[in-house]
Design a protein around this ligand. Structure first.
Ligand code: ADP
Length: 291
């Protein structure tokens, strides 16, 4: 399986502020990758670099095998992009904007667009400038899907949608992926949405991809360990992969990366006390890793 997006040691700074600090990432064809990072982590910057809207400072970044800064029109035509806070041609009615956008593409799936307009309850007579944030986001998603791109890039696609619209959007994404060859790369800080659609999660932290892999892999790797210490004092711990630790009552609670059964046994032996291991959900993992 070839990679639709390939990033190798990509760096990007705004003035002196380094935002991407050596990003390595591959997005294989047909995958749905959720880029997870807290606000200001650099998600938008990374997506804009991928799309050639921002120039990287160094490193290698390709999309469909072409340098992202020099994408050909052919490659650009294969991409659908939903940016944040974009409101093009505010004086146009929503329906006119759809027609105008469709006129740029030799292939346009009008049936899909009409269906989504109906299902998502969009009023085509409303001018773009008076659409609510959520309606605007729905319209942009529909515009991005109309030409049936091979790569869909969404920047926080559900941020302005209410829970019902979010579910509809996620359902549509799953349909799109199951019906045809499409790769989806989207940023989010909403872990529950990511869990519903993404097969892979890439965590952007401190300007690097801190983890990239399956959700289950991440859940296997990061665990919470409870150490029972009847004295109420935690023996000094030097532990590889320790993400976070605190003491509550007679328990020390540790979050560790790179967990395996051997480490639990080693810890029990070293401390001479009982140790319990708990699974974390994605949101808990994200919170712990963001600290
Ligand atoms: P995210 O999408 O994860 O919230 P962004 O990529 O938007 O993060 O921003 C990453 C950091 O870069 C933030 O601290 C933001 O303030 C800063 N930043 C973004 N765009 C610019 C810019 N054009 N000039 C200077 N700083 C910027």
């Amino acid at each position: 399986m070839s990679n639709v997006i390939h990033c190798e040691d990509v760096k990007k700074a705004y003035g002196r502020k380094a935002v991407l600090n050596g990003v390595f990432l591959d997005v294989p064809e047909g995958s749905v990758i959720g880029l997870l990072g807290k606000n200001g982590a650099g998600k938008t910057t990374l997506l804009k670099c991928v799309l050639g809207l921002l120039k990287t400072d160094s490193g290698k970044m390709t999309v469909f095998g072409e340098g992202s800064w020099d994408l050909s029109n052919k490659a650009k035509a294969l991409i659908g992009y939903v940016p944040q806070g974009y409101r093009p041609y505010p004086w146009l009615q929503a329906g006119r904007l759809i027609e105008y956008t469709a006129s740029f593409y030799p292939h346009w799936n009008a049936a899909l667009v009409d269906r989504l307009v109906r299902e998502w309850d969009l009023d085509l007579a409303t001018r773009v400038e008076v659409l609510s944030e959520g309606e605007m986001q729905k319209l942009l998603i529909i515009l991005a899907l109309g030409h049936e791109p091979e790569l869909l890039v969404f920047d926080e696609p559900v941020a302005s949608l209410d829970p019902v619209a979010r579910r509809e959007f996620l359902k549509t994404i799953l349909e799109v992926v199951s019906e045809r060859k499409c790769t989806i790369f989207f940023s989010t800080h909403i872990t529950s949405d990511l869990e519903r659609v993404a097969d892979t999660v890439a965590v952007l932290r401190s300007g690097k991809i801190d983890f990239c892999g399956g959700l289950d892999e991440l859940k296997d790797e990061v665990k919470r360990i409870r150490v029972h210490c009847p004295t109420g004092a935690l023996p000094p711990l030097v532990m590889e992969g320790l993400v976070n630790s605190y003491v509550r009552g007679q328990q020390a609670i540790l979050t560790v990366r790179g967990y395996n059964e051997g480490r639990r046994q080693g810890l029990e032996k070293a401390l001479g006390v009982k140790v319990d291991v708990e699974d974390l959900n994605l949101e808990e993992i994200f919170l712990e890793m963001s600290r």
